[in-house]
Ligand binder design. Structure first.
Ligand SMILES: Nc1ncnc2c1ncn2[C@@H]1O[C@H](COP(=O)(O)OP(=O)(O)O)[C@@H](O)[C@H]1O
Ligand SMILES: [Mg+2]
Length: 240
């Protein structure tokens, strides 16, 4: 699959009623890469992911996943085609156990052997989830809930994984672990990753390519090491 494009978004626009949240968002993610969208609070990152996942209907633009247009397809169809979305704020089922949450991620999978295999991968990746298998998700720390949200997304055996601010509200030590795991998941499973972050420093460290979003537009893009040196990016996102 090398050289092919996993996701191509062109001229994406999204409105909430009269409010234009995205005006012109275009980006491309090669198969097997980690690409990041960085931007401040309110820039349009979550809206972009929700449009790609089929949760919001674009008012303009095109979205191609593995070469076919996915505009208008419902979220469950996109999951079936190999997309997974870890939402902002994690959204785990607080009153279900860790294991029950993970099974929710495999709701389209009928093959029990495949479910067991993926569960084993999730538990090997995040040993804490195995230790807390029977615990209610609501009793986990923020970082553990983030691991669970990622694990739940992996249970659908995606080829393409979107993560919405995995570092938000998480203790720094766990943030580091989670970013290491994202890289590991990408490398070992060959899963393409779209990472959305306000934490530009970390996101540009683990990604190959980055796009900067401001008020619903991509204003800058480049190889991540280049963006990290860019004076505009340093001033606005990396604390100078
Ligand atoms: N449900 C909504 N209704 C109206 N406006 C919204 C809604 N969700 C987001 N917005 C607005 O859309 C813009 C982009 O928001 P969002 O995509 O959440 O940004 P980010 O994820 O980068 O913080 C912001 O101006 C925000 O206020
Ligand atoms: Mg957001």
């Amino acid at each position: 699959m090398s050289g092919s494009v996993a996701l191509e978004v062109r001229g994406l626009a999204v409105r909430y009623g009269v409010i234009t949240a995205l005006q012109e968002v275009s980006f491309r993610i090669p198969q097997g890469d980690i690409v990041t969208l960085i931007g401040c609070n309110g820039a349009g990152k979550t809206t972009t992911l929700r449009a790609v996942s089929g949760l919001l209907k674009p008012s303009a633009g095109s979205i191609q996943f593995e070469g076919s247009s996915i505009a208008g397809l419902p979220p469950h169809e996109l999951v079936r085609r190999g997309m997974a979305h870890v939402p902002e704020g994690r959204m785990v089922f607080a009153n279900l156990s860790v294991l029950e949450n993970l099974h929710m991620g495999a709701y389209l999978q009928r093959d029990k052997a495949k479910i067991r295999e993926m569960l084993e991968f999730v538990y090997t990746t995040f040993p804490r989830l195995r230790e807390r298998e029977k615990q209610l998700a609501g009793t986990l720390s923020g970082g553990e809930q983030q691991m669970l949200a990622i694990g739940r997304a992996l249970m659908s055996r995606p080829r393409f994984l979107m993560l919405d601010e995995p570092s938000l509200g998480i203790a720094p030590l766990l943030v580091k672990t989670i970013f290491e795991k994202i890289v590991e998941i990408n490398r070992t499973q060959g899963i393409t990753v779209l990472l959305v972050e306000q934490n530009a420093n970390l996101a540009l460290e683990v990604s190959r390519h980055g796009y900067v979003i401001e008020t619903g537009r991509v204003i800058l893009e480049g190889a991540s090491p280049v963006l990290r040196q860019d004076p505009q990016v340093r001033a606005a996102y990396l604390g100078g």
